[in-house]
Design a protein around this ligand. Structure first.
Ligand SMILES: O=C(O)CCC(=O)C(=O)O
Length: 164
């Protein structure tokens, strides 16, 4: 993994979520913003989920990943959450090749698709625990006005299923 990550709501480190960034500086994680909850719900509605499913969706953490030109993210499952509610992913800046695989292992079958700035990707249901990763960023593909001249930011919002 060669991306740089900050978190909202809960701080993620491999295998656990905590309220404080215990492996960095011990600081309390910033709150999860309401606008992101609204965006997550809207994303579910627009990807075929019912109104009830969208209303029940209360994401409480987001991992904000920054990728420079050479950054990669290996194939992994998002499985440190106690909830299997969908993960909503939002991309900004340079496009990337996003590899979306199967739920058994990191290998084929998988599908490579290009995620562009502004793309929103939801994985839930049977795909919630699919292995996925980013083998490549495509430098200089960020559209003018997207807010990022260079590199890629990806925000994945999730429901941890945790309480304080
Ligand atoms: O950058 C992406 O599109 C995927 C991010 C991801 O897989 C993760 O944060 O777990």
């Amino acid at each position: 993994m060669s991306v740089r990550t900050v978190c909202l709501g809960w701080h993620w480190q491999p295998y656990q979520y905590t309220r404080d960034a215990t492996d960095v500086n011990g600081a309390r994680v910033l709150p999860f913003p309401d606008w992101m909850v609204r965006l997550g719900r809207r994303a579910l509605k627009e990807t075929g989920h019912t109104d009830a499913e969208a209303q029940a969706y209360i994401p409480d953490t987001a991992l904000v990943n920054y990728y420079d030109d050479t950054a990669r993210l290996g194939m992994h499952q998002d499985k440190d959450e106690h909830s299997l509610a969908p993960v909503v992913s939002l991309s900004i800046g340079d496009a990337c090749t996003f590899r979306f695989g199967n739920t058994e292992n990191r290998n084929k079958p998988y599908t490579d698709l290009r995620l562009h700035s502004g793309d929103l990707f939801v994985f839930g249901g049977a795909s919630r625990l699919a292995y996925h990763g980013v083998p490549r960023v495509h430098p200089f593909t960020a559209p003018d006005g997207c807010g990022l001249e260079r590199g890629r930011i990806n925000i994945t919002m999730r429901m941890t299923g945790l309480t304080d």
